[in-house]
Write a protein that binds this ligand. Structure first.
Ligand SMILES: N[C@@H](CCC(=O)N[C@@H](CS)C(=O)NCC(=O)O)C(=O)O
Length: 213
């Protein structure tokens, strides 16, 4: 199997973590969208990482689809409940975490534009999505049923990758204030070898800020 993506992408990290946790061997092909020479459009017409190329040469893209494919390989540990509706509920939280990541990525890209070219209304909209999403994740993490339970699942992995990215890009340094359940989740997950091995270069840890965002 080949995983195509960049080391800094939280969606790529989600897949790397899953493969490492399951002990599935894969070749990581570093490919960075927005950089010259990027080859991802040969695998994904949408030009986004990650893409997974199976041993038979079939390509899957969009990280939730890749998650589903990996789960179909039936290799323990499983990251989705066996009961379909329960699995859908976990996938809903995965989508929520990925949506928070989408907003964070949008903020990073907008911040790269010159100040006078930034669309402040757009920035505000993304920021509100991010904060509402984090509040919703905190509630799930407090409940400890579908997120932050003793059984690691794809919602936990997607949430920790999203928060790791927010830390790495310093997009909302106060996210951790008044979100103690999310802090507990990342503190626990970041200790795992799969997360340690996929830390984006130069990223900090989870408990830095003192002011809520
Ligand atoms: N929904 C996609 C999102 C993937 C995504 O947006 N990846 C970013 C990197 S963090 C990307 O490739 N961006 C390039 C682009 O949008 O052209 C997934 O979950 O795989």
């Amino acid at each position: 199997m080949k995983l195509i993506g960049s080391y800094t992408s939280p969606y790529v990290r989600k897949i790397s973590v899953m493969l490492l946790e399951k002990g599935l061997p894969f070749d990581f092909i570093n490919d960075v969208p927005h950089e010259p020479g990027c080859k991802i459009t040969q695998f994904n017409p949408l030009g986004k990482v990650p893409a997974l190329v199976t041993d038979d040469g079939e390509v899957f893209y969009d990280s939730p689809i890749i998650v589903q494919y990996i789960e179909l390989m039936n290799v323990a540990p499983t990251f989705l409940p066996w009961q379909p509706l329960e699995a859908l509920r976990v996938k809903q939280i995965e989508a929520l975490a990925d949506g928070v990541t989408d907003a964070a990525v949008a903020l990073v890209l907008e911040n790269r534009r010159e100040a006078d070219k930034r669309n402040e209304a757009w920035v505000l909209r993304q920021r509100e999505k991010l904060l509402r999403g984090l509040d919703a994740l905190e509630k799930h993490a407090e409940n400890r049923t579908l997120l932050n339970s003793d059984q690691l699942n794809v919602a936990d992995i997607a949430t920790a990758c999203s928060l790791g990215y927010i830390n790495f890009r310093r997009i909302a340094p106060g996210w951790c204030v008044e979100r103690p359940a999310l802090i507990k989740l990342v503190e626990r997950l970041f200790l795992r070898e799969s997360f340690a091995r996929t830390t984006p270069p130069g990223s900090g840890n989870a408990g830095l800020a003192t002011k809520k965002v």
